[in-house]
Design a protein around this ligand. Structure first.
Ligand code: NAP
Length: 247
């Protein structure tokens, strides 16, 4: 079903994992997709998969933690694609360690990538969204932003910050027909969680009622709902997709 026909979606962190799954899901639903990653080469891999589906795709390399780079790439995106209907702020990193060992660099890298990157990208497209009087912004938060986690105070702060950011943007942009929601994934099998040791995974699974880790496609389905016709009247929400881990 082409529920996103002729729409343009911009997805950060589209080279792998959840972002790649969202980019491909949106393309399968009819969208043309701008794929972002730290290097254009990595983003291009997903863009090529999207073109093979018969959609238009563009790839750009941008470090979302680099404030100097974002406005320029946003302008290039608007020049190439002509508009933006859907923005998915998905790029994210972890630098896990206990608070007493955490360096300022660990803190800054995670906050600047996960939270400031979303702020800067959303800001860069604000004029376009408000002028257009329609749009969907989807921020990829985390259950860790809801419940915290030992060894992840920087990550939890960034993901909780994204939730406050989401609700504020929803209130600011609502009157112009632009929605802003967050998705809070639980533990999803991607490169980000590949390093977790088996004992930890077993412990996690005991707390997941559905008894399995999630797949990137589970998050892509939630993003498609928020971006598609079904999400028309939904804004300022946090959609938790975690097999029941947090309730
Ligand atoms: P992943 O497999 O590690 O992929 C991360 C993506 O972000 C890659 O495409 C990477 O691109 C991009 N990226 C990282 N730093 C970047 C930067 N500074 N500038 C631009 N792009 C950057 O991670 P994932 O598991 O798919 O996670 C995606 C999002 O979901 C993240 O925000 C993460 O916090 C969130 N999340 C994940 C889980 C989970 O269990 N996996 C759970 C909750 C929330 P390149 O490396 O190619 O540049």
């Amino acid at each position: 079903m082409s529920t996103l026909a002729s729409q343009v979606a911009v997805v950060s962190g589209a080279s792998r994992g959840i972002g790649r799954a969202i980019a491909l899901k949106f393309a399968a639903a009819g969208a043309n997709v701008v794929c972002l990653a730290r290097t254009a080469e990595n983003a291009e891999k997903t863009a090529a998969e999207i073109r093979a589906l018969g959609r238009q795709a563009w790839s750009f390399g941008v470090d979302v933690a680099d404030p100097g780079a974002i406005n320029a790439v946003a302008e290039q995106i608007l020049a190439a694609a002509g508009k933006v209907d859907i923005l998915v702020n998905n790029a994210g990193v972890t630098k896990d360690t206990l608070l007493m060992r955490m360096t300022e660099a660990d803190w800054d890298t995670v906050l600047n990538t996960n939270l400031r990157g979303a702020f800067l990208f959303t800001k860069a497209f604000t004029r376009a969204f408000l002028k257009q009087r329609s749009g969907r912004i989807i921020n990829i938060s985390s259950v860790i932003g809801l419940i915290g986690n030992a060894g992840q105070c920087n990550y939890a702060a960034s993901k909780a910050g994204l939730i406050g950011f989401t609700k504020s943007v929803a209130k600011e942009f609502g009157s112009r027909g632009v929605t802003c929601n967050a998705i809070a994934p639980g533990f999803i099998e991607t490169d980000m969680t590949a390093g977790l040791d088996e004992k930890l995974k077993e412990g996690l699974l005991r707390n997941i009622p559905l008894g399995t880790l999630g797949q990137p496609d589970d998050i892509a389905e939630a993003a498609l709902y928020l971006a598609g016709p079904g999400g028309r009247y939904v804004t300022g929400q946090v959609l938790t997709v975690d097999g029941g881990m947090v309730m």
